[in-house]
Design a binder for this molecule. Structure first.
Ligand SMILES: Nc1nc2c(c(=O)[nH]1)N[C@H]1C(S)=C(S)[C@@H](COP(=O)(O)OP(=O)(O)OC[C@H]3O[C@@H](n4cnc5c(=O)[nH]c(N)nc54)[C@H](O)[C@@H]3O)O[C@H]1N2
Ligand SMILES: Nc1nc2c(c(=O)[nH]1)N[C@H]1C(S)=C(S)[C@@H](COP(=O)(O)OP(=O)(O)OC[C@H]3O[C@@H](n4cnc5c(=O)[nH]c(N)nc54)[C@H](O)[C@@H]3O)O[C@H]1N2
Ligand SMILES: [Mo]
Length: 817
């Protein structure tokens, strides 16, 4: 059925029909005036509903969800076997989900609902083969939802785009490699190519990938970190001389106070819940700092604690909630520091003066900026009252060992680097670095995003790394810095980047300014996607395009009749082996190292690098890595130890590799984060049922939402001011720094417990609102948590209304969760 919506932007063949536009597929999440928007999930057409979630996190809700997932993939037996092998000491594969460390001592069954979703998603029995591509043109597939694309199952053979038929056609591996190699060789400069990575590539594949790019002659190595934790790396390097956190799980087991900022742990790092329970039972303080009171701030039933499950016994996972406005964390932390300085006037133990004198620089300047900040300013900019800030300071002052941990709520901000440095400032005041049970702890995203950086994916490499690479690998890597994610898209627009290679990920959707990025990708001469499943980035392609399917982490990787293992590094610098256990989804799949080596050999016919030897035996890659990378000495032996090994963190031993040799205080000004009158700050987040651009369902269990992704969580008073009632339809317009405006139409406003002036919605749909120009000058990160928007009642006559399920009494039984 087509619905005329009376727009006058005529298309050839007649007036624009609402369903035609929706069917064009490229406006999922964007919508059009007068029509409720559709998200990138399944869009089942079921009525949406919302209610408060009043159950503990994890527990039976999670168990039930896992059961459904296993049943849906028709893998209950295999799936369960896989789960018991995951994250286990000495064998099995690393969970391809998040980067939270494994409890590899075998004390616990260290798995979570979302990790299981992730594994079963890879293990689907469905396949996308040549018949599928023969039956559907790319134009037709563009009208499918992102859920439907991924739901087709695992890719099975290499495919090349045929413009004449607008279809992907099979291509042999050698021909695919040659297409990549010959196109790259024809470029007038290696910098006309850009090599993206998403954070699940193994260390070995990562090392080969960057070697290929650098031997070819470019440092254009953008990665998902450019949108994720870049701010953390830069701030920690400047302050402590290491780009990583200094704590490990043993510290989590010993800390007296834990501050968790800007993280939705129950959904995005669920295995952390176990550690929050432990901390609570030990009597530690657990403070959640987040504009939303997320599920981890309440209580949980840990699914592997069988007794707790059986008796519905929930344990608290938080002792204090503080709700700053979006972007208000720097002011909040400055307020805590100010209170610590005030306490120090009467309490000589408030500040660890010995530590400050021996190991830090810049203390007096920091004292000055804290003294200069007024409580009125701190309250205004943080959105938190002085009493509450002092309460926080009391928790901090009472704790001997404090960990401050954070995720995207802190990093995806204009002042992300300054805020992470403020976290370090606060820790330094009381000597909470290099001490057991204490320290900074960024929570990384993808399972190996930290390892990717360690192993050389970095468009801003250090001279030390490049010279070691040159010496050991006998290549002459370029010294100029390369392009990051935003810079790559800009260069595609200008025609300066012509070849784009993507090792995993979904660049088209994960990046800002969706329609603009689509244009940029289409401006390329060749796009190459190495993937496990079909996604939007395969349909938004260059003049020539390849889909190269690879083995997943759960699958056996045989080379020369020997089963190969790869390694990954978790959020806390532990490196361990991961060995697949399932037969590959198709006989034609190659491993990521093999695909990279194939492309590299075709690009660099005269290369002296032993590409084939590397692929034949990954120990050879590790031998080379051991010579190039700090902390990887004796790599092959150490990684085979039962628990793997931890990369040495000098800052943990109070060795600060900064220019001064000391830990550096910083004195950033407090930024003005208050939206102008009539405007709001919008942050984009994940639902419980998605993995970045992979959306499993339209539900968000812990926020009580079912069957809807095109929504915005708003403060009730902000809604009232705009004449909005709960679940009303709204249009959202962002105002970029350059004044340009971008809109999405037909979203639902949900009244929610969020500070005034702040609003929250879902990525990747809302990337439409994020201008490419709006990134942090400190980190280069797009401002995914800080969009300036106007939200107005939806304009135009609404058609095709999504139904709203009348509020029915909620079942509080197991099934209702
Ligand atoms: N199941 C699942 N797990 C995942 C992922 C996934 O998509 N699904 N993604 C992985 C990846 S790549 C990453 S990087 C991580 C992301 O993990 P998270 O950082 O938890 O991801 P988000 O969903 O973006 O949630 C950001 C949180 O920050 C809060 N926030 C927003 N603005 C502010 C602010 O100004 N200050 C503070 N203090 N808080 C704020 C939001 O309310 C929200 O709770 O998770 C990883 N794990
Ligand atoms: N607005 C907004 N935008 C954001 C964010 C936000 O919070 N808000 N978060 C940002 C963050 S933190 C991140 S990390 C990025 C994520 O950006 P990406 O990492 O680029 O995106 P993903 O959705 O994780 O990638 C999913 C795809 O990876 C492929 N894949 C899965 N497993 C494998 C494998 O084993 N090998 C290979 N080769 N491919 C595989 C599948 O084809 C799948 O479709 O998005 C960023 N974008
Ligand atoms: Mo991430």
């Amino acid at each position: 059925m087509c619905t005329h919506v009376g727009l006058d932007c005529a298309t050839p063949g007649g007036p624009l029909m609402a369903d035609d536009i929706l069917a064009s597929g490229e406006n999922f999440g964007q919508g059009m005036p007068g029509v409720p928007a559709r998200g990138r999930g399944p869009n089942t057409g079921e009525p949406f509903s919302r209610r408060d979630y009043r159950h503990p996190a994890a527990g039976w809700g999670a168990a039930l969800s896992v059961g459904k997932m296993l049943a849906k993939t028709r893998e209950p037996v295999e799936g369960t076997r896989a789960i018991f092998r995951m994250n286990h000491e000495g064998y099995g594969f690393d969970c391809p989900g998040c980067a939270w460390p494994d409890d590899r001592k075998g004390l616990r069954l260290d798995i979570c609902e979302n990790g299981i979703k992730h594994v079963t998603w890879e293990m689907t029995p469905k396949r996308v083969g040549r018949r599928f591509f023969d039956e559907h043109t790319v134009t037709e597939l563009s009208g499918w939802s992102d859920f439907a694309l991924e739901d087709q199952g695992r890719l099975t053979e290499p495919m090349v785009y045929d413009p004449e038929s607008d279809r992907y056609r099979p291509i042999s591996w050698p021909d695919a490699f040659e297409l990549v190699g010959s196109t790259l060789r024809r470029l007038s400069s290696p910098d006309q190519a850009s090599f993206y990575t998403s954070g699940r590539l193994s260390n070995e594949a990562t090392f080969l990938y960057q070697l290929w790019a650098r031997e070819f002659g470019t440092n254009n190595l953008p990665d998902c970190s450019n949108m994720c934790h870049e701010a953390s790396g830069r701030a920690l390097t400047a302050a402590l001389g290491t780009g990583k956190g200094t704590v490990d799980l043993d510290d989590w087991g010993k800390t007296d106070a834990l501050f968790l900022l800007g993280s939705n742990a129950a959904s995005n790092a669920p295995r952390m819940l176990t550690w929050l329970v432990d901390a609570y039972q030990r009597g530690a303080q657990i403070v959640h700092i987040n504009p939303l009171v997320e599920a981890a701030a309440g209580e949980t039933i840990v699914p592997h604690e069988f007794l707790a499950m059986g008796t519905f016994h929930a344990t608290r996972t938080g002792t204090l909630n503080v709700q700053p406005r979006i972007g208000g964390d720097l002011a909040l932390l400055r307020g805590v520091a100010k209170a610590v300085f005030e306490a120090a006037e009467t309490d000589p133990k408030a500040i660890d003066q010995g530590f400050v004198d021996n190991y830090t620089r810049g203390f007096e300047d920091y004292r000055r900026v804290c003294a200069e900040a007024t409580w009125a300013e701190l309250e205004l900019q943080s959105g938190v009252g002085e009493v509450r800030i002092r309460e926080l300071a009391d928790v901090y002052l009472r704790s001997r060992r404090t960990i401050i941990s954070w995720c995207l709520g802190i990093t995806q901000q204009e002042h992300g680097v300054d805020t992470v440095r403020e976290i370090v400032n606060l820790l330094l005041l009381r000597g909470n670095v290099g001490r057991e049970g204490a320290g900074p702890c960024p929570i990384r995203g993808h399972s190996n995003v930290q390892g990717n950086r360690t192993c050389g994916v970095n468009s801003h490499p250090t001279e030390r790394f490049l010279s070691r690479l040159a010496e050991v690998c006998g290549i002459d890597p370029p010294r100029e810095w390369g392009l990051e994610t935003v810079g790559t898209i800009e260069a595609m627009h200008r025609g300066d980047v012509k070849v784009f290679v993507s090792m995993g990920g979904n660049f088209a959707l994960a990046t800002p300014d969706t329609p603009g990025t689509f244009r940029a990708l289409r401006n390329c001469e060749l796009t190459v996607q190495v993937s496990t499943k079909l996604n939007r980035s395969h349909l938004v392609h260059g003049e020539k395009a390849l889909i190269l399917p690879c083995l997943g982490r759960t699958e056996k990787d045989w080379q020369r009749r020997r089963l190969q293992g790869v390694t990954v590094e978790d959020s806390m610098s532990m490196v361990h082996m991961s060995i697949g256990m399932r037969n590959p989804a198709s006989r034609q799949l190659l491993s990521e190292p093999a695909i990279i080596a194939g492309m590299a050999r075709a690009t660099l016919p005269d290369s002296a690098t032993p590409w084939q030897e590397y692929v034949d035996d990954y120990d050879r890659i590790r031998d080379t890595m051991a010579q190039v990378l700090d902390g990887f000495e004796d790599f092959n032996r150490r990684v085979r130890m039962p628990l793997g090994f931890r990369i040495h963190q000098p800052a943990r031993d109070l060795v600060f590799l900064t220019e001064s040799g000391r830990a550096e205080f910083s004195t950033a000004p407090i930024p003005n984060v208050i939206p102008e009158a009539g405007r709001l700050t919008l942050g984009t987040v994940r639902s419980h049922d998605q993995w970045n651009t992979t959306v499993y369902s339209d539900d968000d269990r812990y926020r009580g939402v079912r069957n809807l992704r095109t929504l915005v969580l708003m403060n009730r008073d902000d809604m009232r001011e705009r004449g909005l009632a709960d679940t009303d339809l709204v249009d959202i317009t962002s105002i970029a720094r350059d004044g340009s405006r971008r809109s999405v139409y037909g979203y639902r406003a949900f009244a929610y417990d969020v500070p005034r002036g702040s609003a929250i919605g879902y990525m990747p749909e809302l990337n439409v609102l994020c201008a490419l120009t709006d990134f942090s000058p400190q980190s280069g990160q797009p401002l995914a948590k800080h969009l300036v928007v106007e939200i107005t009642p939806a304009a135009g006559h609404m058609v095709n209304e999504t139904r709203h399920e009348a509020e029915r009494p909620i079942s509080h039984g197991v099934g209702g969760q």
